[in-house]
Design a protein around this ligand. Structure first.
Ligand SMILES: [Zn+2]
Ligand SMILES: [Zn+2]
Length: 267
C-alpha cells in the first residue's frame, strides 16, 4: 500500500478490501441488532471499496464515504487512479478526500467512469467542475470514459457490465481476479468474462430478497456456475453475522471483511 515494492512480484497486485459493508455501513446508525452490537471486528463494515497495489502504484475502486478512514487504516501513501463501478452515494461520496494526494503528488488523479457515472459525478460534485475561482482546494481529477478494456496505473481492466435493479453497474476483471458489487443480475455475456478466476469478489447483501442486490443464495449460484478457486462476499448488511455465516458457506466461499488482503496474478 505504500510505494515500496516489497510485497509484489512481477505480474502481481495486492488487493485490499477497504470496505465490506452495505450503503449504511455496519453498525447501522441507531440499530441495536446483535450484529450492530457485535464485538467481533469482522462485523464492523465500512462502505464498499477495494484497493489494488501494483508496481508501487495504487488504484482505488470507488471512493466510499469512509474513504478517509479507510486510507488511514490501510496506510495509503499515494493514489494513482480511481475507477468507478457506478454513481450511487455509498460509492462516490469520498471523492473530496483525494485532495491530499493531489497536493503531495502535484498531479491530477485519473478517474475512470462510464458516461452515466460521469454525469452523476458532475452533478454531485458540481464545485469540482464549475471552474469557479476558489480560495481553498478542490479535487484535481482527469475524467476518462470507460468504453471497453482500459489500463489504469499499469493494470489492465476488463469492464463487466451488470444490472443493478433498473440501472447499470460495472464490475471489473483484472488478471485472475474480479470485483462485482451492487448487481441484481449478471447478463450471460458478462458471465463469460468471469471464467477461470482465482478470486471472485461479489456482493451478497443478505438472505432476504432485494430488488437491486444479490442475496447469499443467488451469489452462491453464481459461484457454483463460474467455479472460481475462491469467492469472497462484500456489500454485506447487518443481517449476516461474520462467523455464523461463514459456518454455513462452502469452504471456497468466505465472508469478506474490512482489511482482507491477498495477492492477485495479473498475467
Ligand atoms: Zn452500494
Ligand atoms: Zn443492525
Amino acid at each position: 500500500m505504500d510505494s515500496s515494492p516489497h510485497h509484489e512480484g512481477p505480474g502481481t497486485a495486492r488487493l485490499t478490501m477497504l470496505g465490506s459493508g452495505t450503503s449504511m455501513g455496519v453498525p447501522s446508525l441507531g440499530c441495536g441488532c446483535r450484529v450492530c452490537r457485535s464485538t467481533d471486528p469482522h462485523d464492523s463494515r465500512t462502505r464498499p471499496s477495494i484497493l489494488l497495489s501494483a508496481g508501487g502504484r495504487n488504484i482505488l475502486i470507488d471512493t466510499s464515504p469512509d474513504f478517509r478512514l479507510q486510507a488511514l487504516r490501510a496506510h495509503i501513501a499515494r493514489l494513482d487512479a480511481v475507477v468507478y463501478t457506478h454513481g450511487h452515494a455509498d460509492h462516490i461520496l469520498g471523492l473530496d478526500d483525494i485532495r491530499p494526494y493531489n497536493m503531495k503528488q502535484h498531479a491530477h488523479v485519473p478517474v475512470y467512469a462510464s458516461a452515466h457515472t460521469q454525469a452523476i459525478l458532475r452533478r454531485t460534485f458540481a464545485y469540482i467542475f464549475d471552474d469557479a475561482p476558489t480560495m481553498s482546494t478542490v479535487p484535481a481529477i482527469d475524467l476518462r470514459e470507460i468504453t471497453g478494456p482500459f489500463d489504469a496505473a499499469g493494470v489492465r481492466f476488463q469492464p463487466v457490465p451488470a444490472h443493478h435493479g433498473n440501472t447499470e453497474v460495472l464490475g471489473f476483471r483484472f488478471g485472475r481476479a474480479a470485483y462485482l458489487t451492487d448487481f441484481s443480475e449478471i447478463p450471460a455475456p458478462s458471465m463469460d468474462l468471469l471464467r477461470g478466476l482465482d478470486d471472485l469478489i461479489l456482493s451478497a447483501l443478505r438472505d432476504k430478497p432485494h430488488p437491486m442486490h444479490s442475496t447469499v443464495a443467488n451469489s452462491l449460484d453464481i459461484v457454483r456456475t463460474l467455479a472460481p478457486r475462491r469467492a469472497w462476499f462484500t456489500h454485506i448488511s447487518h443481517d449476516l453475522p461474520h462467523d455464523e455465516t461463514n459456518a454455513r458457506l462452502p469452504a471456497n466461499v468466505r465472508m469478506g471483511y474490512d482489511g482482507l488482503t491477498f495477492e492477485v496474478a495479473l498475467g
